[in-house]
Design a protein around this ligand. Structure first.
Ligand code: C2E
Ligand code: SIN
Ligand code: SIN
Ligand code: FE
Ligand code: FE
Length: 676
């Protein structure tokens, strides 16, 4: 059977930003069996999400452990209740009689029971009863009483030669007889999902919930091998749960039960069956999410994260084909960098040939996925070798690898996604990637290729405009534009993160700013070479002409470019405004703005533009060292620059060297911009 955690919070749903990793939805566990039974244990808010991806007809079995709100509020929003093609069997503890009144009285929900479009068949169950499911009754759900104010049922799901135990709410009592009883119901379970709302430090006796330490002790006595802690207290933050997870890992390594902190979306396979329609549903939902993203970096980030979720991979990289080579395009690595730090490596200038002798190269050259169980024990005769440069440089230990070609249209290969070290969720040890993982990731790769190609086409459009400009000024425009785009994007990212903006919005905006900022100086195409390439200082008349580049840029960008047009125009027109109001938006002083009247994106691009101009050689000046340029920017905070943003440039200083390494003035890219 396949089990998915849909809600792992207890008491009440939460949506705090510091709790979203483990998830804020309340109790719900989804179980699919080999006979096609669809079982939901508890109907907390997690049930709503579980219902989203379902087809238009079917049969669901929903078991309610008890009537407390956090275990039932999702029921009304379970899609099958509102679809004529569905029958939902609703199993309720007998003391919740009379049904349907329990759920559909007192105006909790606007639709009366009789008007639900789906069929709902209520069934009362009592402790000790066994419910047979499916044809031939090969799956069963046994119930038992747990210790909770007002009563509660726990469930034991037997299917596919495996046993799943779910406690519902349960307080492990102190007395030996009660503890023996709990050991009894844990006994023989392949996986137990338990109520561990508290730890011993903060347990509230009599509230009907347990401390995780008690479960560890009972699991040891019962011989339960795998324990999932759930029903987290609504006050528990991701940081606390992360710390708990680390403790559990240590304890597991020291010979105690393998336990992990339950998190929304995590799924497990027990026994002989793995459901696979879920992956199609998952991919369909994911594609909807992806359609909100604009630029390559954010798309790659999301795709990689999703593939890592599917495979529980510790690290991963996406390479894109550029000039017949594989260029390092995006990476994640949980061991080497904390979340949000990985993007530094987005700019690393690593390239691998498309050839049979590396793992990623092999996948690209053959167009076929490659699964390597252990890079230290390659099959004799394998044409590829494991390149350990990265491991040696960083101390990371690569074991298993899954390399997947990213297919494009007309049989082309866009690049390769390489996933590293699939981690066993229970003990964190690297294991080989499975055939199912390969299949799911390939399905994902096929589905995202259209989106990636579209984004690449948009980028090519922008390159086309820049290349036209480069005919005029070949040496500045290309890499300068790339760097200003990248620096502006990172300044914005830092600023938005400091301000606590929603990360999805930030990713989306970051990509748009990056593309729009690349076009900031496009108006220089309208300035004479005599001025643009003058080796010395400009005289006032020449500088007045030069100032016109901002208005020329804005008029060039008046249309086209889809939804980044407005931003690109703002940046082109306002990137020489100054915070103190002494900048310009044209040849005259008309249209001058100051402070927050200058569009944010233009303030960001201005900072990136000046920094890059300072550290680069120009026909009129020598390059400045980074440290001198950073000091200069700091000194101009509140004068030339928005002081808050100036601080953000300092905040991303560690990223700058890799950006300059990725887009040097004399790079392959610079070559691409040179008129041929
Ligand atoms: P750019 O070279 O991309 O420089 C962008 C901005 O960086 C400049 O905007 C200025 O704010 C800053 N910047 C660049 N170099 C220096 C420097 O040595 N010291 C200081 N303190 N700031 C610097 P600005 O001044 O509005 O100039 C806009 C564009 O006009 C420049 O773009 C460049 O293409 C051109 N330009 C400016 N001054 C001269 C010059 O003396 N000679 C020539 N040939 N071109 C110039
Ligand atoms: C990140 O840098 O962590 C996200 C990158 C992006 O979305 O551009
Ligand atoms: C992460 O956010 O870095 C973890 C991704 C995962 O493995 O689910
Ligand atoms: Fe400019
Ligand atoms: Fe510039």
């Amino acid at each position: 059977m396949e089990i998915t955690l849909r809600g792992v919070r207890g008491s009440i749903a939460v949506s705090d930003p510091g709790m979203s990793f483990y998830g804020g939805n309340t109790a719900c566990l989804e179980v699919r069996t080999g006979q096609g039974d669809m079982i939901f244990l508890d109907a907390g808010t997690g049930l709503r999400k579980a219902g989203e991806g379902l087809p238009d007809e079917g049969e669901a079995h929903v078991f309610i452990s008890h009537g407390h709100a956090d275990h039932i509020v999702g029921l009304w929003f379970f899609r099958p209740l509102h679809l004529p093609g569905w029958t939902t069997f609703l199993y309720l503890p007998e003391w919740l009689e009379p049904l349907p009144d329990y759920f559909f009285r007192c105006g909790f929900f606007p639709v009366p029971f009789a008007q639900l479009r789906g069929a709902v068949v209520p069934r009362l169950v009592r402790a000790g009863q066994s419910v047979a499911l499916g044809q031939g009754g090969r799956a069963s759900v046994e119930t038992f009483a747990t210790c909770h104010p007002g009563g509660c049922l726990g469930y034991r799901v037997c299917a596919d030669d495996a046993v799943l135990l779910y406690t519902g709410d349960h307080e492990i009592a102190e007395d030996p007889a009660a503890r023996r009883e709990a050991v009894g119901f844990l006994g023989g379970a392949d996986l137990a999902v338990v109520d561990a709302q508290y730890g011993r430090v903060n347990i509230q006796r009599g509230f009907g919930h347990s401390a995780w330490e008690d479960w560890m002790e009972l699991a040891a006595r019962a011989g339960t091998r795998r324990l999932v802690l759930s029903h987290h207290d609504p006050l528990r933050t991701d940081a606390e749960l992360d710390a708990l997870g680390k403790r559990l890992w240590e304890l597991g390594k020291a010979g105690q039960a393998k336990a992990l902190v339950g998190r929304e979306g995590l799924s497990f396979t027990l026994g002989s069956f793995r459901h696979n329609r879920r992956s199609d549903d998952m991919i369909a939902l994911f594609l909807e999410e992806l359609s909100a993203y604009r630029d390559d970096a954010s798309l790659l980030d999301r795709i990689l994260l999703k593939a890592r979720e599917i495979t529980q991979a510790e690290a991963g990289t996406i390479f894109l084909k550029e000039d017949g080579q594989l260029a390092f395009a995006y990476t994640h690595n949980d061991v080497l960098f904390s979340v949000g730090e990985a993007h530094r490596y987005a700019y690393e200038a690593i390239r691998i040939p498309v050839s049979l002798d590396s793992i990623a190269g092999y996948a690209a050259a053959t167009g076929r996925p490659l699964r390597v169980p252990d890079v230290r024990a390659l099959l004799p005769g394998a044409p590829y070798r494991f390149n350990d440069v990265f491991d040696r440089r960083t101390g990371f230990a690569t074991r298993s690898v899954l390399a997947l070609p990213l297919p494009g249209s007309r049989g082309r290969t866009l690049g390769v996604m390489q996933l590293i070290n699939s981690l066993d969720p229970f003990d964190g040890a690297p294991r080989p990637f499975s055939e199912e993982m390969e299949r799911d990731c390939l399905a994902l790769a096929r589905k995202v290729s259209g989106i990636l190609e579209r984004s690449a086409a948009e980028r090519r459009g922008i390159y086309g405009i820049l290349r036209m400009a480069a005919v005029h000024d070949p040496f500045e425009t290309g890499p300068h534009a790339e760097r200003v785009g990248a620096i502006a994007a990172e300044i914005y990212h830092f600023w938005a993160t400091m301000r606590g903006l929603d990360q999805d919005l930030v990713r989306h905006e970051k990509g748009r700013i990056r593309l729009a900022a690349m076009l900031h100086d496009i108006g220089k195409v309208g300035v004479s070479d005599l001025i643009l390439k003058k080796p010395g200082r400009l005289d006032p008349d020449e500088f007045a002409v030069m100032r016109g580049h901002v208005a020329i840029g804005a008029s060039i960008l008046a249309d086209g470019l889809g939804d980044i047009a407005d931003m690109a125009r703002d940046i082109a027109l306002h990137h020489h405004q100054r915070w103190d109001g002494r900048g310009y938006a044209g040849t005259t002083d008309e249209g001058r703005l100051a402070g927050e009247d200058i569009p944010l994106q233009a303030r960001v691009a201005s900072l990136a533009d000046v920094f890059d101009a300072l550290v680069s050689p120009r026909c009129y000046k020598r390059p400045w060292p980074f440290a001198v340029a950073l000091d200069y920017v700091a000194g101009e905070a509140g004068r030339h620059f928005d002081p808050e943003l100036a601080g953000c440039l300092a905040g991303i200083r560690d990223l700058l060297p890799s950006i300059y390494a990725r887009f040097p003035d004399e790079s392959l890219l610079a070559g691409a911009f040179r008129p041929s």
